[in-house]
Unconditional design. Structure first.
Length: 323
């Protein structure tokens, strides 16, 4: 089969289209014929060797796909060959990939493969940050950074569906801000402006935000913490800047604030909670209340160009590889 494989860490140029052996499913696994593969920022970090876990080369990137089940491993009885599915996986940038049966999500006919591949990782991330980590309560305010991105476009909508009050979305261009506003954000702010944190305070009448989704690190994370309301929760799920942030426990005690970490990979081991989240998300999709925004698609062979576009912040919504 064809796959995008890397044999060394580095820039997008280390990603090469290669011929590799088609994997075979073991007990409890399925083989998926991939139609589309979602790209996540974690893929870029894994390629560079800056991800939470060590990147061991050679490796095929890709955490999520959509396609059809091509073969079943021993003991898999709840799925069948030919079923249209989305799935969490390792090695999704390929014509075929393996997924554990419990991580496979049957998809309805109304959902095409491109949008289905854009859904698992970032949909679950947005949902769980708001529901499981931040424990969003009705009427609370939410700040979503990079709100025109894959997680952001979903988080803005999901926050509203969960009953949030003021939802603030940040983005870097007027076109992206228009998109974020169209998805339901009450306030949109250009985060490239030096006074963005002051604008956040103004939007909350000086109180600060109840929930902040933090994925940048460095100075942005520090300003986020300064923008957090008393009893607020800041959920950290990335560090796109590559810079760490430091804060003191006393700083949090003073306003009864919390900083919470979120990592999807660890959450996937809690199958019951993940399944419950997927049920809610699929209901949102089926009702038409949740829109999956796919900004750009690239052929599998152009995976490097897709990574370039994401790194240059030239994309909106989700970026998907078509296989």
């Amino acid at each position: 089969m064809k796959a995008i494989r890397i044999t060394e860490l580095g820039g997008p140029e280390v990603m090469r289209l290669s011929e590799v052996e088609t994997p075979q499913p073991k007990a409890g696994e399925v083989l998926i014929k991939v139609a589309a593969a979602g790209i996540n920022y974690a893929d870029l970090m894994q390629r560079q060797g800056t991800y939470l876990t060590r990147t061991r080369t050679p490796i095929i990137l890709g955490f999520e796909v959509a396609g059809t089940i091509a073969a079943l491993g021993e003991g898999v009885t709840t799925l069948h060959e030919g079923m249209r599915v989305a799935a969490f996986c390792d090695g999704g940038y390929a014509e075929y990939t393996i997924a554990n049966a419990h991580s496979v999500i049957p998809i309805p006919e109304i959902l095409d493969f491109t949008h289905a591949a854009a859904f698992p990782v970032q949909g679950l991330t947005a949902y769980q940050i708001l529901r499981e980590s931040a424990h969003l309560q009705a009427g609370e305010s939410v700040l979503v950074h990079a709100a025109a991105g894959g997680v952001g476009t979903l988080a803005v909508q999901i926050a509203k569906l969960m009953g949030a009050g003021t939802v603030i979305g940040t983005a870097s261009t007027e076109a992206k801000l228009d998109l974020v506003h169209s998805l339901g954000a009450d306030v949109v702010i250009n985060y490239s402006k030096p006074d963005w944190a002051e604008q956040v305070k103004q939007a909350t009448n000086g109180k600060g935000v109840d929930i902040i989704m933090e994925m940048v690190g460095g100075d942005v994370a520090e300003k986020n913490l300064q923008s957090l309301a008393p009893f607020g929760r800041m959920v950290v799920f990335g560090a796109a800047s590559g810079q760490m942030v430091q804060f003191s426990g006393i700083q949090l005690m003073y306003k009864n604030q919390a900083v919470i970490g979120y990592w999807l990979t660890a959450w996937l081991s809690r199958a019951d909670r993940v399944a419950a989240a997927i049920v809610d998300l699929m209901q949102y999709l089926a009702s038409g209340k949740l829109q999956i925004v796919v900004g750009q698609t690239f052929p599998l062979a152009d995976a490097a160009a897709a990574h370039h576009a994401i790194a240059a912040r030239k994309t909106t919504g989700k970026v998907v590889l078509l296989v």
